[in-house]
Structures are given as structure tokens and as C-alpha cells.
Design a protein around this ligand. Structure first.
Ligand code: ADP
Ligand code: F6P
Length: 319
């Protein structure tokens, strides 16, 4: 391949820039040119496409967000949208594309691959909810942000002998909640994968209260939601003053951690290594400590097992 494109799609994640940088640097070192497609698949449909060289990706490895911008593109899900995207690939000489995003973005990458534009997906989402990989770019940074924020909330909860109920991101998945919940010593962690009765949370608070505990952190995944209501129920049942906080988009921004920068760099490199040989319809994965790849179709049909063992560890150590 002489020219490849790179785009970021779906929700942004810290470390996407490091992945873009790695794609550009690896491709250039292999003698290829790179086009930056802006605002996800919309950029491909509308021809919002720029040249990227070695220096266009200088000074971005440490920055959150994505310099290529991102978007959700309903039009790309239509026959007309894909056809226009293919036309622009031909017009700009784009022979293959690295797609950085989540499962939805990979479905788009599969459509393009089937239509003759080989694509390689890189998992980028803070939620770590992509089945084919143990790790997605942005997860570590988001968890660290959640942890720092809850540490601050804990200071005030402790001063007032209160219970703080904190919602962290994860529309469909509880991975951020689980690990950040362990890291902040939450009394209970509520995730969409495991049904939890509020009565059980209240019982646990009462039991730990008997052993002298006076302030409490409850971490709730966005997919469970209802933090205001949970705080109200806890206050009514225990008499402990309770407050609800939704952390929200603060978790999607900020400087990527070492893990996200390194993982993004390795994945960007691996994606271009495939495309250089004309291999597409693949996603890069991190499995058993190694960077590897899978067919997109196979990757999209995998199911991710929630880490029940880690959940049990959290439950046991939070008494
Ligand atoms: P993520 O990639 O983070 O899962 P989305 O699900 O919002 O985010 O998908 C991002 C974009 O990928 C969508 O806006 C759309 O352009 C494209 N996409 C999503 N699902 C499909 C699909 N089934 N077929 C083709 N393209 C899709
Ligand atoms: O990136 C994933 C995610 O953070 C989800 O946890 C969250 O529900 C969603 O994105 C929100 O995205 P947006 O506000 O961009 O629609």
C-alpha cells in the first residue's frame, strides 16, 4: 500500500492521539503516506481529509481527546453513506484505513473491508467493553481520573460522616466501576453485569457501621444509574446523611497515563504492520499480555466475561 488513512470514531478516549501518532510514524517509516480523516466516518463521507506527516503528529502523545476529532455518523450506516465513503477513498488514493474506536466503529470497518478497502481496528474506549480484547485505550486514564475524583469526595464524606454515592461511566459495562471502586475502597460497587438489591447495600453499610465505620463510598456504574435515588434510600434506611455525585465526562478527558500511551503506540504499530501487507478486516487485541489480532467478524461475535473473581475480592475486602 502506498497511502493509508486513519480516523477516530465513537466516544473519544485518552490515548487516541498516541495511537494516531504511532500509525503515522510507522507508516512513514515503511514508505507510506498517511491521510487523516476527520470526525470519524463523517470525514470519509464528506471528504474532510488532511495530509499527515511525521511532524503533524509531534507534541500530541501526551494530550487527551483526539486531534482528528471524532463523531457518530448515522449516515455511514446507510448504503449511500458507505458508497460515498468508498468514492472518497478512491479520490484521495486511500488504500487501507486504521479505525480507532469501539465495536460500532469496527462494524463500519468491516463494511469498508468487505467493499474492498482493507481496514484494521484499534480498540479505543474508556469503558473497556470490547469483547475481543482484555484492554482498550483510555481505560487506565479514565479509572485513574475516577479514583482521583472519588479520593477528593472521600475527604469531604469523611469530614461529615456521610455516605457518598458516586456514578462513574460505563453505559453498558461495569469495568470502570469495578476497578476504580476497589481502588477507592468502596463499601459497595454496583455494576450492570450483576443485579444488586439496594437492601443488600444498606445491610452492608449497617454491618460495617457496627464495626466503627462512619463514612461510606458507594460506586455505581452509569449502566445502573439512579444515584440520587440510591443516596435517598440509604439515608432513609440508615440515618446516614448521603450525597450523590455523577462524575460524567471528566473521565473521558485528560493526559493519558503511561499504560494508555504505551498500549496505543504498540497497537498503532501493529495495525500498520498488517495493512502494509494488504491485510484488512482485522482488529488489534491485547490478550494474555500480548498484542495480537483477530478477524473483525470473529471479534464482534465474542462475549466478554465479567471478572466475577475481582468482584468477589472487592466485596470481601470492603467490610
Ligand atoms: P463505538 O465505536 O465507540 O462503539 P458507536 O457505536 O457510536 O461507537 O459507533 C461509531 C460509528 O461507527 C457510528 O456512528 C457509525 O458511523 C459506525 N457504526 C456503528 N455501528 C455500525 C454498523 N452496524 N454498521 C456500520 N457502521 C456502524
Ligand atoms: O465512551 C464511552 C462512554 O463514555 C460511555 O460510558 C458513556 O455512556 C458514553 O460514552 C457517553 O458518550 P456521549 O456523552 O459522547 O454520548
Amino acid at each position: 500500500m502506498k497511502t493509508i488513512g486513519v480516523l477516530t470514531s465513537g466516544g473519544d478516549a485518552p490515548g487516541m492521539n498516541a495511537a494516531v501518532r504511532a500509525v503515522v510514524r510507522t507508516a512513514v517509516s515503511l514508505g507510506m503516506s498517511v491521510k487523516g480523516i476527520r470526525r470519524g466516518y463523517n470525514g470519509l463521507i464528506e471528504g474532510d481529509i488532511i495530509d499527515l506527516d511525521l511532524r503533524s503528529v509531534s507534541d500530541i502523545i501526551h494530550r487527551g481527546g483526539t486531534v482528528l476529532y471524532t463523531a457518530r455518523s448515522p449516515k455511514f450506516k446507510t448504503e449511500e453513506g458507505v458508497s460515498e465513503a468508498i468514492e472518497n477513498c478512491k479520490k484521495y488514493g486511500i488504500e487501507g484505513i486504521v479505525v480507532i474506536g469501539g465495536d460500532g466503529s469496527f462494524r463500519g470497518a468491516r463494511d469498508l473491508s468487505l467493499r474492498g478497502i482493507p481496514c484494521v481496528g484499534i480498540p479505543g474506549t474508556i469503558d473497556n467493553d470490547i469483547s475481543s480484547t482484555d484492554y482498550t485505550i483510555g481505560f487506565d486514564t479514565a479509572m485513574n481520573t475516577a479514583m482521583e475524583m472519588v479520593d477528593k469526595i472521600r475527604d469531604t464524606a469523611q469530614s461529615h460522616d456521610r455516605c457518598s454515592v458516586v456514578e462513574v461511566m460505563g453505559r453498558r459495562a461495569g469495568y470502570i466501576a469495578l476497578q476504580s471502586g476497589i481502588a477507592v475502597g468502596a463499601t459497595a460497587i454496583l455494576v450492570p453485569e450483576i443485579e444488586t438489591k439496594i437492601e443488600d447495600v444498606i445491610t452492608k453499610i449497617k454491618e460495617t457501621q457496627k464495626t466503627g465505620k462512619q463514612h461510606f463510598i458507594i460506586v455505581v456504574a452509569e449502566g445502573v444509574g439512579g444515584v440520587e435515588d440510591i443516596a435517598k434510600q440509604i439515608e432513609e434506611a440508615t440515618g446516614i446523611e448521603s450525597r450523590a455525585t455523577i462524575l460524567g465526562h471528566v473521565q473521558r478527558g485528560g493526559r493519558p497515563t503511561v499504560r494508555d500511551r504505551v498500549m496505543a503506540t504498540q497497537m498503532g504499530y501493529a495495525a500498520v504492520e498488517l495493512l502494509k501487507d494488504g491485510i484488512g478486516n482485522k482488529v488489534i487485541c491485547y490478550k494474555n499480555g500480548k498484542i495480537t489480532n483477530l478477524d473483525i467478524y470473529e471479534a464482534l461475535n465474542m462475549k466478554k466475561e465479567f471478572d466475577y473473581e475481582m468482584y468477589n475480592v472487592a466485596h470481601t475486602t470492603s467490610i
